[in-house]
Design a binder for this molecule. Structure first.
Ligand code: AMP
Length: 183
């Protein structure tokens, strides 16, 4: 069965970094909803929603995500972020793919530290520079995405793993991710 790897976790936890490392190691495709949405024109509703630090509506996303999943062996990074997105994903894909959810769990303090590092090192993300938007994204993560993660823990036909990528060495953190993906 082809794989559908779902990277979950707050900001700055390393979803993108580990996804890229998995792409290099296994050749999976990386589907990053944030990057796809950020490429929308600056005056579009999507761009305005992102700038406010709010979530884009499901209607705008589901078609995009379904097309990106295609025939599998993909890493979903940034999706799902709500219970309705998580339910949609499981209802439509859990019987077709080997679904592996990896929850990258770190504290809010470490998330803020990592976002600040990304700003200092010039990560180039406009939505990181606005402190209010960062706060809103953090609140959305705890209030809306964590319940989706907790719901995914209860789903029986997928594999759910928790990884704590708190080491300062990215390779050691990645080794834990690889470990969690083993059968
Ligand atoms: P990210 O790069 O993953 O932090 O995503 C940047 C922005 O894109 C988020 O702050 C949201 O506005 C939007 N976005 C990305 N993924 C989703 C999603 N699964 N549901 C709703 N909005 C999303």
């Amino acid at each position: 069965m082809k794989k559908l790897i779902v990277m979950m976790g707050g900001q700055g936890v390393g979803k993108g970094t580990f996804s890229n490392m998995l792409v290099d190691k296994y050749g999976y495709r990386h589907v990053e909803t944030g990057a796809m949405l950020r490429s929308a024109p600056a005056d579009s509703e999507i761009a305005k929603t992102i700038a406010r630090g709010e979530l884009v509506s499901d209607d705008m996303l589901f078609g995009l995500v379904a097309d990106s999943i295609g025939d599998g062996d993909v890493i979903l990074d940034g999706f799902p972020r709500t219970i309705s997105q998580a339910k949609w994903l499981i209802e439509n894909f859990a019987d077709k793919f080997d679904v592996r959810v990896i929850y990258l769990e770190i504290s809010q303090e470490l998330m803020i530290e990592r976002i600040n590092k990304r700003i200092r090192e010039g990560g180039g993300r406009q939505d990181d520079a606005d402190t209010a938007a960062v706060q809103r994204r953090l609140k959305t993560f705890w209030d809306i995405t964590v319940p989706a993660i907790d719901w995914l823990r209860t789903v029986s036909n997928i594999k759910f793993s928790v990884v704590h990528p708190t080491d300062s060495d990215v390779n050691r953190n990645f080794a834990m991710v690889v470990d969690a993906l083993q059968d």
